[in-house]
Ligand binder design. Structure first.
Ligand SMILES: [Zn+2]
Ligand SMILES: [Zn+2]
Length: 661
């Protein structure tokens, strides 16, 4: 194979490539997501002219990402190098591994995607929805299948055990050596579906020599072995058997084994099952169709009909284990579900643990359900949930079987990566042979070296509900402002020869302020006046015709900035400010305004300077450097200082023009 080639190259290529450029014959492994976080796992393998992707997932938004539905990795690097993409490998069907693929296919083609049957079946649904079925070819693999991707990669699919059925670890043979990429795994010796972890295959590669292991770090902080999935069966059984009324269970739809057990328990306990939540319906339909779940058709009853059965004979299986606001159980907890209302005889079981970040929404949901009188079973210690990711001893077993020369912990937050690296060191992997990396870092591997290369662009892309609109940083900032401080709209009427032709109209929505509307419109007037007096020349130019060519957007922007600064300074609020300018024809008489007749109570700069500042009356400060913010913001109600408009040339102007750059 090509590997003899690689070891020759390995000898000479180590060391100082100019400017840290990639050693010509190095394998480059570049995670674009999944590090320092849980979610959006996306990894790039690169050798010579070939790029192979492993998984492409999504993550869910954190609080404050208003209106963001999903978080994707920035894929600029892939867009730039799309001609070199030879194919993708999918390890299993969880959203954090396949959830990004349909979206990426809108941006670049992937010639072929190899993956397990269940994952590809789920992916097909997403691709059909996105209309990208023609952008790739899907190829189903079976355990121990070997596929070739590009000239340089061949990948063996090694059956592993995880909370999702049909899941694989990978042995990737490259010119520099073999990489074992674990994917998500735990060692479950009594798998629910009878599909055992193919440890013999891992050991085989360990014997042959593994250059580098990339291993799942999710539970690196947890000592011991992860209990088998089967261990939740008796606990769930007990709770279901004891329930006097309806049983309501929530879990991840994609936890195929868990769902299969719950269906088995419903059958055993003589309860009919109703499914609620789109993903629950979809995943179970797919899994049954492909034979990953065996449940008779007559076990299921539509939600509308289940009300006709005695409560004791029903079980409702639904989404919402993470407290997602729109999921079935969350809506039920708020009394907003059209078909299901909580009864005091209900037993509600959370057979899942919150993903970090979701804890608060989950406990809030639990609280609401309890307040409605239901018996709620949740949390550790009830034996109703086990993780799908191995603990420290599982991770040690992986290291023991594969005996890697180099080690890179992946799939986890930073402290988990550090912890996993310590575990590897305790197993004899030298610290120098371990890299802890971040998204966008480049791992450069040769037959005898590992190092970080120059990073590539990595970050996040936020998608809104349509999954088409990208929510960029500016939009996100605006939404945060709206949520926190509300919005102020300001309508200004300005003639094309630069005079304010009518009083500005100011509207507030969601703004908490001590200032009354009169004061706000006075402030608005001052800002408009200031812009007209000081910035008009730059914002308008004579193009030869009768009228001036005015940059109205620039005028709006200047007024917004000025008002924003004043509000921040005087009221400590930062609402979103939207200024609209209504242009009036040249020659429109000027609106005189109250600004001239009313004193400016603006505390800065004069007020601030009054307390002994040596520069009180000094000449204007240097333009750019004058963006001081340390001016003491006296309350707006401070004694008016008799300063009439127009303000003398002073710091405010300078400050503003600095801000406008
Ligand atoms: Zn997974
Ligand atoms: Zn995962």
């Amino acid at each position: 194979m090509a590997s003899s080639n690689g070891s020759n190259n390995g000898n000479g290529s180590n060391g100082n490539g100019a400017n840290g450029k990639a050693a010509k014959n190095a394998l480059r492994v570049i995670p674009l997501g999944g590090l320092h976080e849980i979610g959006k796992n996306t990894c790039v393998f690169e050798y010579g002219d070939d790029i192979m992707l492993v998984d492409a997932g999504l993550a869910f938004p954190s609080d404050g990402m208003h209106g963001v539905n999903v978080v994707m990795p920035d894929t600029s690097y892939l867009k730039e190098n799309q001609k070199r993409i030879r194919g993708m490998i999918v390890t299993h069907g969880h959203e954090d591994h396949i959830g990004g693929i349909a979206h990426h296919l809108k941006n670049f083609n992937i010639p072929v995607i190899y993956g397990p049957r269940l994952a590809l079946a789920m992916l097909t649904g997403k691709m059909e929805e996105a209309g990208v079925m023609d952008r790739t070819t899907l190829q189903t693999v079976a355990p121990r299948d070997v596929v070739k991707v590009g000239q340089h990669f061949s990948v063996e699919f090694i059956r592993n055990t995880h909370s999702m059925a049909d899941s694989f670890s990978l042995a990737i043979t490259t010119p520099v050596g073999t990489i074992v990429f674990t994917g998500d795994f735990k060692f479950d010796h009594t798998p629910v579906d009878g599909e055992h972890f193919d440890m013999a295959r891992l050991a085989h590669y360990g014997e042959q020599g593994v250059l580098c292991l990339f291993s799942d770090s999710t539970n690196a902080e947890v000592p011991g072995f992860c209990p088998p999935e089967r261990s939740v069966f008796p606990c769930l059984d007990r709770h279901i058997a004891q329930a006097e009324g309806r049983v309501i269970i929530t879990t991840f739809a994609s936890s195929i084994h868990r769902v299969a057990m719950i269906l088995e328990l419903a059958l055993k306990n003589g309860r009919k099952v109703s499914l609620l939540g789109r993903s629950m319906l979809n995943v179970i339909a797919k899994a049954r169709e492909l034979g990953y779940m065996r449940a008779p058709d007559n076990l299921f009853v539509p939600i509308k009909q289940i009300r006709d059965l005695p409560d004791r004979e029903t079980l409702l299986l639904m989404t919402g284990s993470q407290g997602e606001p729109l999921a079935a159980l969350s809506r039920i907890s708020r009394g907003e579900h059209p078909q299901v209302q909580v009864k005091t005889s209900d037993t509600i079981i959370f057979s899942a643990s919150p993903i970090p970040g979701n804890t608060i929404s989950v406990v809030n949901t639990v609280d609401r359900l309890m307040m409605l009188g239901a018996k709620v079973i949740y949390g550790k210690g009830e034996g109703i949930h086990v993780s799908g990711h191995g603990f420290q001893e599982d991770q040690k077993l992986m290291l023991a079987l594969t005996k890697p020369k180099f080690f890179v912990p992946v799939h986890g937050e930073h402290r988990m990566l550090v912890c996993h690296s310590k575990t590897a060191q305790s197993m004899g992997v030298p610290a120098d042979n371990i890299l802890i990396i971040d998204n966008g870092d480049v791992v450069e591997l040769t037959a005898d070296s590992i190092k970080k290369g120059d990073p590539v662009k990595a970050g996040i892309e936020l998608l809104d509900a349509s999954r088409n609109g990208i929510v960029d940083a500016r939009v996100l900032k605006e939404r945060q402002q709206l949520a926190e401080d509300g919005v102020i709209t300001l309508l200004a009427v300005i003639s094309t020869d630069g005079v304010m032709a009518a009083p500005p109209r100011v509207n507030l929505r969601g703004v908490v302020t001590t200032a009354d509307a009169r004061k706000l419109s006075l402030w608005a007037e001052r800002e408009i006046t200031w812009v007209l007096e000081n910035r008009w020349n730059q914002l308008s130019r004579n193009t030869g015709g009768k009228a001036l060519d005015v940059d109205w957007v620039g005028v709006q922007r200047e007024v917004e900035l000025g008002l924003q600064r004043r509000l921040r300074r005087e009221l400590q609020v930062e609402p979103l400010i939207i200024c609209l300018v209504q242009p009036a024809p040249g020659g429109t008489p000027a609106y005189k305004g109250r600004a001239a007749s009313e004193p400016d109570t603006r505390p800065a700069p004069r007020n601030g300077r009054r307390d002994g500042s040596p520069r009180q009356q000094s000449a204007p400060a240097p333009a750019a450097g004058a963006a001081t913010t340390g001016v003491g913001a006296a309350p707006a109600a401070a004694a008016p200082v008799a300063v009439a408009e127009p303000e003398p040339a002073g710091r405010t102007r300078r400050r503003r023009s600095a801000a406008a750059v």
